[in-house]
Ligand binder design. Structure first.
Ligand code: SAM
Length: 242
């Protein structure tokens, strides 16, 4: 009799799993609001893994704000390197940037971008570390200012026009400026991004490091103009990371 009941329980469990195959029950908010966990989609533009890993191993990183997450390629990697009990606040409108509307493949992803991001984090089992902040970068900064008192690393990868990058640098720098945190980001190859980062570094007298497609700023020394030069094509060459 007991065996029969056990069998029935297992069969019911299997039926339940069939009817509700991928519900995000028992997950923290906002993951539990997902009507369905979508299949994993690893799309993204994250090529900075080596540098991020270096920075995160050299510095004890507990709290990160990422500005611009898309489907979470960078988010998942950075979150996986956090110290125990660390948290990553993923800031994004999940509405895409200008360039995403101009490409048919990316445009098609926009209607379910947020659900796909949440699903990817569920698949990666990082829902306890990654806190989605669905908002513009400016509004999110205003909210987070009242919630977090110490941030160790900011990763900027949202709007890529010079004005957007400069705005994000100005509003997110205060989160790390008093605690020797790192302000870094993607897309050094973009002229518009380079322009913003250089203007900001000069104005705030920060040391700027860049290599491949990655850049980061620290308060260590006065911004050293002698450590880089411009070529005739106005290509900036910086100290390389060691
Ligand atoms: C290049 S994608 C981020 C790529 C991602 N880091 C990766 O590893 O694949 C830029 C993201 O920034 C978001 N975004 C653009 N402008 C924004 C803004 N002003 N505030 C918040 N998010 C923004 C877009 O929705 C998009 O998801």
């Amino acid at each position: 009799m007991k065996r029969k009941l056990n069998c029935l329980f297992v069969i019911n469990l299997l039926i339940f799993a069939q009817v509700f195959p991928k519900k995000a029950i028992d997950l923290p908010s906002p993951y539990c609001d997902l009507k369905e966990v979508l299949p994993f989609n690893g799309h993204g533009w994250y090529t900075n893994g080596v540098w991020i890993e270096k920075l995160m191993k050299q510095n004890k990183i507990y709290t990160v704000i990422e500005v611009g997450s898309w489907l979470g390629a960078s988010t998942r990697h950075i979150a996986s390197l956090l110290q125990a009990n660390g948290k990553l606040y993923a800031v994004d409108t999940w509405e895409g940037s200008v360039e995403h509307y101009e490409n048919q493949e990316w445009k098609k992803m926009l209607p379910t971008l947020y659900e796909q991001f949440l699903s990817n984090i569920v698949h990666a089992q990082l829902t306890d570390r990654i806190i989605p902040v669905k908002s513009t970068s400016i509004n999110a900064a205003l909210d987070l200012k009242n919630q977090i008192n110490k941030v160790d690393l900011i990763f900027i990868d949202a709007g890529h026009d010079t004005e957007s990058v400069l705005n994000d640098l100005v509003i997110y720098w205060p989160f790390v400026q008093n605690n020797e945190g790192v302000l870094c980001g993607d897309d050094w190859y973009w002229e518009s991004v380079r322009k913003a980062v250089i203007i900001f570094a000069k104005n705030y007298k920060l040391t700027l490091y860049a290599d491949d497609n990655f850049w980061f700023l620290k308060k260590e020394d006065d911004f050293n103009l002698k450590s880089f030069k411009t070529s005739s094509n106005d290509v900036w060459i910086f100290d390389r990371l060691q």
